[in-house]
Design a binder for this molecule. Structure first.
Ligand code: GDP
Length: 295
């Protein structure tokens, strides 16, 4: 993930460190390259502009230019700003004061919701929790079957209502049964559509009202690049999401969405999907990702 960007940054830093002393001209030249690399990585234009300006403000200052190790200081500024861009600290799941914690997943069809529902259930189970899965993707009957198969694999109960088209009803009933079974987490796998439309948003609002989730996580496919950011913005405007799950970061993605979402949408990335298998889930750690990018 973001390997190309890492390579580009290494080169820029090598040049900067080679200068020994930094002046306004060579800082500006380095920043021009930083800007280009970020744009090539598909980071949102405005995000890049603000990011580069912030670094410029910090770097073109007495301390960096006259310090003992100006190159190193420049690298540190870029590092800190990247971490900030990705949301600063790790964003954790909110826990309900009284179990179960309800986590509602939303997103377009094919984003990886059903897969993530199972990944998250296993992740929580490993932490000693008692997750319960509810399949409410009523428009894609295969999704319910898929969830049942995954649930069996990880030994987590799955609630579905075969033939029902009432997503809100399924979530309501599923939540009641999960409570009876003393579940500590209930994960609602809702329906997606090919595009955002009013009926999707109405349905999601309905489910939210009925189940009062602690977390609404939007699942987005990182492969769609800038569209992932636009999508997250639209969902956030209507649903007020709590965080984003970025899937398919293992694929051929330039990763710009990961770097843009927090700055544009204002909501943190909480998890990333890094493969099709059930264990291919990672908590999103801004610092770790940045140290991977910067080496
Ligand atoms: P849904 O329609 O949102 O429920 O999407 P699915 O969970 O059915 O996933 C759609 C496709 O994406 C499936 O083929 C999954 O195996 C695949 N997928 C999901 N998450 C990831 C991921 O993190 N990496 C990769 N490479 N594929 C994924």
């Amino acid at each position: 993930m973001l390997d190309n960007l890492g390579g580009r940054f290494q080169e820029i830093f090598k040049k900067v460190k080679g200068h020994g002393k930094l002046n306004e001209d060579n800082i500006k030249a380095a920043l021009k390259e930083v800007r280009l690399s970020l744009l090539e990585a598909d980071v949102n234009y405005k995000v890049v502009k603000d990011f580069v300006n912030r670094i410029k403000e910090k770097a073109i200052g007495e301390e960096v230019m006259t310090g003992i190790n100006p190159g190193q200081q420049f690298v540190k500024i870029v590092n800190d700003e990247l971490v900030e861009l990705l949301g600063g600290t790790n964003a954790r799941l909110t826990k309900a004061p009284k179990a179960p914690t309800v986590i509602m997943l939303a997103g377009l069809q094919g984003a990886g919701k059903t897969t993530f529902a199972a990944k998250l259930a296993k992740f929580l189970k490993k932490q000693g929790e008692r997750p319960y899965l509810v399949g409410a993707d009523v428009y894609r009957p295969a999704a319910m079957k898929q969830l049942q198969v995954l649930g069996e694999q990880i030994d987590v109960p799955v609630y579905v209502e075969e033939g029902s088209k009432d997503a809100r009803g399924i979530c309501d009933n599923g939540l009641a049964i999960a409570k009876e079974n003393k579940a500590t987490y209930v994960i609602l796998d809702t329906a997606g559509r090919l595009h955002i439309d009013e009926s999707l948003m109405d349905e999601l609002r309905d489910i939210r009202k009925a189940t009062r989730p602690q977390e609404i996580l939007l699942v987005v496919d990182a492969m769609i690049g800038q569209d992932a950011v636009n999508l997250a913005e639209s969902f956030n405007n209507t649903l007020n999401i709590d965080g984003v799950v970025l899937t398919k970061l293992d694929g051929d993605t330039r990763g710009g969405a990961a770097l843009s979402i927090k700055a544009v949408v204002g909501k943190p990335i909480k998890f990333v999907g890094v493969g099709e298998k059930i264990d291919d889930i990672e908590l999103f750690h801004p610092e770790r990702l940045v140290s991977r990018i910067l080496g």
